[in-house]
Design a protein around this ligand. Structure first.
Ligand code: FAD
Length: 405
């Protein structure tokens, strides 16, 4: 019997694991190398906030979330769709559900059961996983050179897939160091930028001590003409959560252009300003500021404290001014979180550098998948969906290339 075509996958994140499974199912002998001691650390970290694995909205709307990269990714997302993602989870014994926002999560709200089942299935398919194995260079025939325990050696393969991740949260493994290596070979890369990141706000010490870890719920967050409803968590440094991630790119752009940026929070999005003003005008003299706001409009202690963070003299404001503050509680943003804390990284390997099967045009036999490619999306399950879809495409194309070779 002829030996199986050999596929090497570098990177054991979701894109790499998906590429490995696809190639193994196409009858290839697959070895995965990862620099970290254990696989898929960022995937497991995503699981700590519930693992929003995909989104249930209509497919046309879903595609718009990828902005300029939508038409590039469409064939891949059609080939591994959000419905396929849910079937994939089910095939691993992981049930999913649609949350109230349309986002899809595993019922267990974590990644570890899925990862465990997936690694077991990959092992059954004959996929070998080698950890503490760092990709450091390429041979002239575009095979990976991997360093294990201080020794460098080529990883012989008929095709090699890079699934090295972006450059956010480098301590989880994806440090973006591969970009220099590919740039040296003439591959065009878009500079990495933090995306979907938290905002730094200079909280007062008493506020931070009392409210760190608490969520600003059912609010609307705005910057410029964009506004996003949802929930954000007060952190030591500022705010984290879906709505602030969605605004972070615009805010980051303003700050890097040297402009001041202020996020405005509507603390009572379901009540109009005049109703709030009328209710506050009935404030009884003996009520404290916090009590008056609670009784009049149901604003809790965190909302009241945010008003004070925005305007130290809030308690002395008249009803119309206070109503305006409730509707647009302005907080100056001092910075966006850097790559080390961003959910994802924009930038990476440019579209024109790869063919339809995600093979690097300048480096035949070398494929790429996942967040290392130059596309970006908001949070909502879109990131993982595109990582799986590009992983599947690279795995299938690499297997076809290796089989033909
Ligand atoms: C806190 C947090 C929460 C998130 N939550 C969600 C969410 O709910 N929904 C969602 O859709 N997305 C979420 N994401 C984003 C999602 O986790 C990533 O988009 C996804 O993991 C990227 O997959 P990947 O396979 O492309 O890369 P990664 O998961 O980054 O994997 C890349 C792998 O390559 C390895 N590697 C890198 N360089 C080398 C090298 N030189 N040699 C060998 N190995 C190397 C790394 O060790 C790593 O294991 C979250 C991210 C973070 C940080």
């Amino acid at each position: 019997m002829a030996p199986k075509p050999r596929i090497v996958v570098i990177g054991a994140g979701p894109a790499g694991l998906m590429a490995a499974e696809t190639a193994a199912r196409a009858n290839c002998a697959v070895t995965i190398f990862d620099a970290m001691p254990t696989p898929a650390r960022k995937f497991l970290m995503a699981g700590r906030s519930g693992l929003n694995i995909t989104h249930s909205e209509g497919f046309d709307r879903f595609l718009t979330r990828y902005g300029a990269a939508a038409n590039w990714l469409t064939p891949m997302l059609a080939d591994f769709s959000p419905a396929d993602m849910r079937r994939f989870c089910a095939s691993l014994g992981v049930e999913t559900f649609v949350g109230s926002s349309g986002r899809v999560f595993p019922k267990a709200m974590k990644a570890s059961p899925l990862l465990r089942a997936w690694l077991a299935r990959l092992a059954m398919l004959g996929v070998e996983l080698r950890t503490r194995a760092r990709f450091v260079d390429l041979t002239p025939s575009n095979e990976a050179i991997v360093e294990i325990e201080g020794r460098r050696a080529a990883a012989p393969a008929d095709a090699t897939i890079l699934a090295l991740g972006g450059a956010s949260w480098p301590r989880l493994g994806s440090d973006g160091n591969w970009s220099d290596l590919l740039a040296r070979r003439g591959v065009a890369l878009a500079l990495f930028r933090p995306s979907n990141c938290g905002l730094a706000i200079a909280w007062s010490e008493p506020f931070r001590q009392k409210f760190e870890g608490r969520a600003v719920k059912t609010a609307r967050f705005s910057y410029g003409s964009r506004s996003v409803a949802g929930e954000a968590v007060v952190t030591r440094r500022g705010l984290e959560g879906g709505p602030v991630y969605a605004l972070s790119a615009d805010i980051g752009a303003a700050l890097s252009a040297g402009r001041a940026a202020t996020i405005a929070i509507d603390l009572k999005p379901d009540m109009d300003e005049s109703t709030i003003a009328a209710r506050l005008a009935r404030r009884r003299g003996k009520d404290s500021f916090a009590n008056a706001l609670r009784k009049a409009i149901g604003l809790g202690p965190l909302g009241v404290a945010l008003l004070r963070e925005s305007d130290q003299a809030a308690a002395a404001r008249n009803a119309p001014d206070l109503a305006a503050l409730v509707k647009a509680c302005a907080l100056p943003v001092t910075a966006t979180a850097g790559l080390e804390r961003a959910i994802s990284a924009a930038g990476g390997l440019r579209r024109e550098e790869v063919d339809d099967g995600l093979m690097l045009k300048k480096l035949p036999g070398l494929f790429a998948a996942g967040e290392m490619l130059d596309w970006d999306a908001p949070t909502g399950g879109y990131l993982l969906q595109a990582c799986f879809a590009t992983g599947k495409r690279a795995g299938a194309a690499a297997a076809a290339y290796a089989t033909r070779a």
